[in-house]
Design a protein around this ligand. Sequence first.
Ligand SMILES: C[S@@+](CC[C@H](N)C(=O)[O-])C[C@H]1O[C@@H](n2cnc3c(N)ncnc32)[C@H](O)[C@@H]1O
Length: 208
Amino acid sequence: MLMNRIEKAVVDSPARRALQRFYEVPALLRLAGGPLPSGSRAVEIGCGSGYGTRMILDRFGAARVDAVDLDPGMVARARRRLADRPGRVRLEVGDATDLRTVFGAEDGMYDAAFDFAIIHHIPDWRAAVAETARILKPGGVFVFEEVTAHALARPSYRILFDHPEHDRFTAGDFLAELPRHGLKVTGAFTRIRGDYLLGVAARQPTAR
Ligand SMILES: C[S@@+](CC[C@H](N)C(=O)[O-])C[C@H]1O[C@@H](n2cnc3c(N)ncnc32)[C@H](O)[C@@H]1O
């Protein structure tokens, strides 16, 4: 589900970018044990305007990022933001639940996958988790920052933003889903009474 105009403005605001840059990214880097190994290839689902993509390159140290968003307008913004990174970023319009169609992504093709507040926008969010797990190689990491059902039920979210109404997840629901797709949570925490979930999971070699 696409963001409405108000959410686009909030998500792309200086305040949100500061939160992401100075709090969320450092916290996720700590959970991940530091930057990615050199030469890592990453995928970012729901890249929005490409700010997170820059963080994945500059702070997480990915060599290359394939980034997708359902909204052509956001991908256009991301192309502008990342125009100085030719050859290191591929940006496509498409659905995070079908990365084979978007990037031709085979099983186990990526070292890392990033979800900066996008899976709660997908009605079949379990399909997005399954697809993210599919494209990670064994030992690959899934880095996530999510907005839970607790936050989406708050008046501010209900009045201002549009989100799927059914099958929303709590932090516990999200964390419980990951092992079903071979993802072992290696670190996670919630903030603001369970409204937001930040974490890292590693793709296990065997179970799927
Ligand atoms: C809350 S925004 C976050 C954007 C960006 N990750 C950020 O942190 O600024 C959620 C994004 O997910 C995108 N989105 C929603 N459903 C999607 C889907 N099924 N596949 C890919 N992107 C999707 C929206 O268009 C939107 O840009």
